[in-house]
Design a protein around this ligand. Sequence first.
Ligand SMILES: [Fe+2]
Length: 296
Amino acid sequence: MLSIEPIDPVSRPFFAGRVSGIDITRELTAEQASAIGKGMDHYGVLVFHGQHFDDESQLAFSRNFGQLEEASGDLNWGKPRRLASALVNDISNLDNDNRVMARDDRKRLFSLGNRLWHSDSSFKAVPAKYSLLSARSIPSAGGNTEFADMRAGYDTLDQDTKDEIEDLVCEHSQLYSRALLGFADFTAEDRVRFKPVLQRLVRRHPSTGRKSLYLASHAGAIVGWPVPEARALLRDLIEHATQRQFVYAHQWRQWDLVMWDNRATMHRARPFDPKEVRDMHRTTVACERSTMAEAA
Ligand SMILES: [Fe+2]
């Protein structure tokens, strides 16, 4: 029998739930899919333990929640991808021969951007709704993923700040987030592909009606604002929204599946020994429209 309980009922009763009593590698009933959707609306992050997915069963589970996004957020490496399906993001530190990437591998350095707080695909005009991350191999220590509740981040702002940011529009690009880490190894083609897109800073969740801060380290400008002033505000807001009381730190077990709502959360990866293997596969459900169209 499917049940969903808060992971930390005392300090975060409304954020991050643990689901039990279901094998999600098998076809779901409509009732089960709807219960998981409701759980996502409530908790923002759901954890399922012991789910032995391969890419096919992960894709099938993900399709219960909408149209899937192509895994097109990477640089063009000029090599074939390690994973067969173009709908599965390779969140691993492995090269095409399944060997741990060298410390200075350009692909690895680019992926270190995941250590910064972000919302998946906010750099795409139509960004991600849900991300689903399956832990196929994990390192012996470290490598947590942390999640911040952006609804709580919004709710706890003072009224003047809420009024000031209500209608602000940000520019998001992976060029901005990578620049924060000093990564600038982009080709002219990458720069065209990662041209900034516009996203509202405050968004209203289409199912729950709750407002949240839509932030990411990909946000590097606010329309109509001087850049340093925009970045100072964005930094203040990220600092506010990622205070520890709003954060759930997920410590991975092999075969965990964690899904989160990118419209209501931010997340970041934590470091681990770069000599050890970490192999995670991510599928992504797209939003139905851009945040600009959502508000209109
Ligand atoms: Fe991510």
